[in-house]
Design a protein around this ligand. Structure first.
Ligand code: 6PG
Length: 250
């Protein structure tokens, strides 16, 4: 997957998960404020998982306490997701629900700018949902996300791209996943080519149980089929935001 445009990834190590979430949320706010300064309406992709949840809560906290004049205008940020669990919309398994509770419902987003992936209520199948989301991205997306945030699984999965799974070789925009090794089994995910059109890709990873996956994903020559994270990089930058434990095998 390596392409000549890829800049070297940058690694930022923070003390623990809380420090990591504070740093990532702060950096995201700074980037969005910059992108909006000249009238831009940045498009970002969120992920699920416990670290993403900590980042979302910190974004809410920053927004609530911000009196600096440098805050983000959340009504001018467009929100997408890198992957989603294909379940009922109200299910606690939904990445969307997690993000809404911790963050999107707490800040002043424009509902028309929030693009959740389809659920079992809005699509007949994960395939139909993936096709609908791809169409939504084609018609309402900017063509490239400003920033894609990704968690990392202990098996080096990102979004819902799992080691050895056929979705790694698909180049549609969004695709269905069945029999995910991490429950729930039915999912929708953006593909590697779609993620790789992003200007910035941020991996946000905490914990000792991720240290081997981080090291494998970052090692030269790692096959994307063994470590899907090895196949994702931004057009302009790739940053690995880690805590000490996640960085301990680098
Ligand atoms: C999912 C998530 C997944 C997650 C990682 C990291 O749908 O399962 O999108 O890719 O980001 O597994 O999760 P943690 O932050 O909880 O370790």
């Amino acid at each position: 997957m390596s392409e000549t445009h890829e800049p070297e990834p940058r690694i930022e190590v923070h003390e623990d998960r809380d420090d990591l979430a504070v740093a990532v949320a702060g950096e995201l706010v700074a980037r969005l404020v910059d992108a909006q300064a000249d009238g831009g309406v940045p498009q970002i992709a969120l992920t699920g998982g416990s670290v993403a949840d900590a980042v979302h809560r910190e974004l809410t906290r920053l927004t609530e306490e911000s009196e600096t004049g440098g805050e983000v205008d959340w009504s001018r940020v467009v929100i997408w997701w890198g992957d989603e669990r294909f379940v009922e919309p109200a299910s606690p398994d939904r990445n969307e629900r997690q993000a809404r509770e911790a963050f999107l419902d707490q800040v002043d987003v424009d509902p028309a700018h929030v693009h959740p992936m389809p659920s079992t209520e809005s699509a007949e199948s994960a395939e139909a949902g993936a096709a609908a989301y791809a169409e939504e991205l084609r018609t309402q997306g900017s063509g490239a996300f400003e920033i894609v945030m990704l968690g990392l699984g202990p098996d080096a999965h990102v979004a819902s791209l799992f080691p050895g799974y056929p979705q790694l070789d698909l180049d549609d925009v969004a695709v269905a996943v069945h029999d995910s090794p991490k429950p729930p089994p039915e999912r929708i995910t953006l593909t590697l080519p779609c993620l790789n059109r992003a200007r910035s890709v941020w991996f946000v990873v905490s914990g000792d149980d991720k240290a081997d996956a981080v090291a494998l994903a970052m090692a030269d020559g790692t096959d994307v089929h063994d470590a899907p994270a090895a196949g994702v990089s931004g057009q302009e930058e790739t940053i690995w935001f880690l805590d000490r434990a996640a960085a301990s095998r680098l």
